[in-house]
Design a protein around this ligand. Sequence first.
Ligand SMILES: [Zn+2]
Length: 498
Amino acid sequence: MKSLFPAICAVWMVAGAAAQTAPTAGEIADRLTANDLKADVSFLASDALEGRGTPSRGLDIAAEYIAAQFRRAGLEPAGDDGYFQTAPFLSVTPNLDGLELTIQIGDKVIQPGHSSIAVVDPVAVDLGKTLAVWVSAAATERLNALTPEQVRGKVLIIDSAASGPGGRGGGRAPATLLARLRPALVLLLLARPGGRVSTSAAQLRDASAAAVPVLLVWDEAVRKALDEAGPAEVAISAKIAAPSSVPVKLRNVVGVLRGSDPALKDTYVLVTAHYDHLGVRGTGEGDHIFNGANDDASGTASVIEIAHTLASFPSHPKRSVVFVALFGEEAGLLGSRYYARHPVFPLAKTVADINLEQVGRTDVDNGSRVGLVNVTGYDFTTLPRALKKAGEEFDIQVLKDERNSDSYFARSDNQAFADAGVPAHTLSVGYMFPDYHQVGDEWNKLDYENMAKVDRTVALAILLLADSTAAPEWNAANPKTERYVKAYQGLELPATSK
Ligand SMILES: [Zn+2]
């Protein structure tokens, strides 16, 4: 597709070692084109791939396409199976037969009905009267301060109901917290069943991770009793039957552009996007394919073309650049969490993650947003500086969206890397677009010229980061980074000594 390589070789031979200079903005612009991005997105978001649900045949075909593009670019395969990092998962279906839950609050005994309970991460449970530790979901400091000793063998009740409707995270227990605390059972109290809550839907689980059983409960009587009882003792009895589970093979696609500096090549800049979307939903007349062109074939195509562009230059950056297309973001950051648990390259030596989401549509956030890109958690690390500097070369403003920058930090795969301590952000042109999570998110609605400019900015920023001896740092002065700074300090090696 690209025929520039022989020409570059000729220049290289003439100029000898002196030609080993970093690519210029102009050279990047020549090679990273709107048309190539359109080609990738139109395939990935075609009806033939059936919305790339996790797991599905469409998702597997997308993975093959991405691997083929990495091969074409000349990236080194970095998975356990060529470019594929194989993730053994289980599709687990809860068994509601014999489900029992008794909640004793002070002298009140409540047994919520099956219509107000859902089983998440089903594991067989048989708990006699067991003491519970009760924390409001809004009391994040108290939640994060809990120690395994305080919770071990007990039931952890996380009260999301008190934070009222509209609060996000309904139906999701904080996965990393549970993995650390390992309570015998978690009750997640909701004000009402969230959109995702289904009492018997199959769920995906990393086969290598120990699961903590979670029951979602939305029952007015429980809430009322908790409100009235004050700090009364709460005890729980519960019975959950063993679920049925079927093995599922999921795959991240991983390729590396090996660094050129003898010392820095063993440090890594990650460039990520999720290649899954929502699949096919519903039946009957009309369109049921959720194509996910902007979300997130746009990010995936960007990863492919940025990889292709950077790999096409004779000189490689000093640090290694790792390109990863992730599965299962829409199902709860499954691919990124899997990578963080099973890192292909050491996280302690991973200096940054740039995650790309929704970079194609410019008709976003109730306006037309051309020539800009937003960064989530803009003030969390020093990484956006490199992006800002790169943007100046391509007329792309790199911005903090005052309303959405911080709240969207947790809404994509960068979160999994940040939780592991790696400075990580998501770049998006905008957040809400008219076809968000609808069947109309089709490839012909993207602004590919603008997307190419955004991606050129990202490509140049990657080079700035990968060629710099200084690694991005968390902004410890921002209280919102506390948990990430802690995780960063817990990594084996401090990043600054990389
Ligand atoms: Zn997305």
